[in-house]
Design a protein around this ligand. Structure first.
Ligand code: FE2
Length: 391
């Protein structure tokens, strides 16, 4: 078996998966879907993607909830298909994990090619400036390994287009200059760093969210896990375990179907794989194989308030069996305008380095009527990485 040196540690693959940084979905009505994620869930638009010299209507929207240039990409369905990012029956156009170095991206690409896997893209994307390789899973979902996402700072400003001259569609020759040197080169040409897109929150800031006034009574602070409907459960498990190095945390059944929760780090799960036959039983849209798109809000109180807020906005909250989100106690589900099921929760079980999930007895029981307050937690809280002010 080949062994790879990843930053001085011998590993079975030339990379180690980090966090699930973003996902991308293809949609028929870009403006309508953008409004949902922006106005209802509070994502910020950091950029639009336009066809050079083409239509004034955007082909894509980049959104975020943190300082990453994008935590979510909405792509026009026709444009995504033209780029080979959507197989028939799929709306997911990327499931994107961060790795620590550019070298990991390059060597992952080499390994995927050597293993005969289907590569969807290699190089560097703009906007976002991240180097990445995209490999298809058994159903054709593009799985991205990316390095070095553009960060949006306190002024909310993305890189101006003049600074995006480093697009690449080939693996880079290593080592590369640091990004700071690229930026300085463009500044030296006389371009201003002040011309980038600036995000703006929408709505009147009337809700007190932990002492800060925001336009909605909650703040998304983390994204993922996701649920995926797949054609061949065992083939998908094998891909995510053997090719990407994930681990099984827990298996279960839901409405008579087997499902498997996989993790890439210390959270209970990063991806839940479910057979496609479960989709109709759950009453979810047949347009997408994205079963659920998880988003963590800042607290249990925010989650309760989100449920009321969504109802006030005219959205109905779906009742879904808790088996699909083992490791998450309180959760609500709401469907976006194109049929994708968003899962809001406030806490995801941590399995630590042992990988052992809590037993059913150790888990919190979720009553039909959510209490005003919860009993003290039985386990330690996860370390949260959200940085910066909420709004
Ligand atoms: Fe991406």
């Amino acid at each position: 078996m080949t062994v790879y040196d990843v930053g001085g540690v011998l590993c079975a693959r030339p990379f180690r998966l980090g966090r699930l940084g973003h996902i991308g979905i293809s949609v028929d009505d870009l403006a309508l879907t953008e409004r949902f994620y922006r106005e209802v869930l509070g994502f910020r638009v950091t950029d639009h993607l336009y066809e050079p010299g083409g239509s004034p209507s955007p082909l894509g929207t980049f959104l975020t909830y943190n300082s990453d240039h994008h935590a979510m990409v909405l792509a026009d369905t026709a444009a995504a298909k033209a780029r080979g990012f959507n197989a028939p029956g799929l709306t997911l156009n990327q499931i994107s994990f961060q790795v620590s170095t550019l070298q990991e991206v390059v060597e992952a690409h080499e390994m995927f090619v050597a293993d005969g896997l289907s590569i969807r893209a290699i190089g560097r994307d703009i906007p976002g400036s991240n180097w990445a390789v995209y490999v298809a899973d058994p159903d054709g979902h593009p799985v991205e390994l990316f390095y070095g996402m553009e960060q949006i700072g306190w002024d909310g400003r993305s890189k101006p287009s003049g600074f995006r001259r480093y697009r690449a569609t080939e693996p880079p020759k290593l080592p590369r200059p640091a990004e700071r040197d690229e930026i300085q080169d463009v500044i030296n040409l006389g371009l201003s760093i002040a011309d980038g897109h600036v995000w703006n929150d929408v709505g009147e800031a009337t809700y007190d969210v932990g002492g800060v006034l925001l336009p909605r009574p909650f703040k998304v602070i983390n994204s993922g896990p996701i649920g995926l409907f797949v054609q061949d459960l065992d083939a998908s498990i094998s891909f995510y375990l053997d090719r990407l190095g994930m681990a099984v945390t827990e298996e279960g059944t839901c409405l008579g179907e087997r499902l498997v929760h996989l993790r890439s780090g210390t959270e209970h799960h990063t991806i839940t794989l479910m057979p496609i036959s479960l989709r109709a039983k759950l009453g979810l849209s047949d347009r997408s194989t994205l079963a659920t798109y998880g988003m963590q809000v800042g607290s249990y109180r925010q989650l309760r308030d989100a449920r009321r807020f969504l109802a006030e906005q005219g959205y109905s909250v779906l009742e879904l069996p808790p088996e699909i989100h083992a490791g998450i106690d309180f959760a609500i589900h709401v469907v976006d305008p194109e049929g994708h099921c968003v899962q809001l929760y406030y806490e995801l079980e941590q399995v630590g380095s042992s990988g052992r999930p809590l037993s059913p007895r150790e888990r919190r029981v979720v009553p039909d009527v959510w209490p005003e307050q919860l009993d003290p937690p039985t386990a330690t809280s996860p370390n949260r990485t959200f940085q910066g002010p909420l709004g």
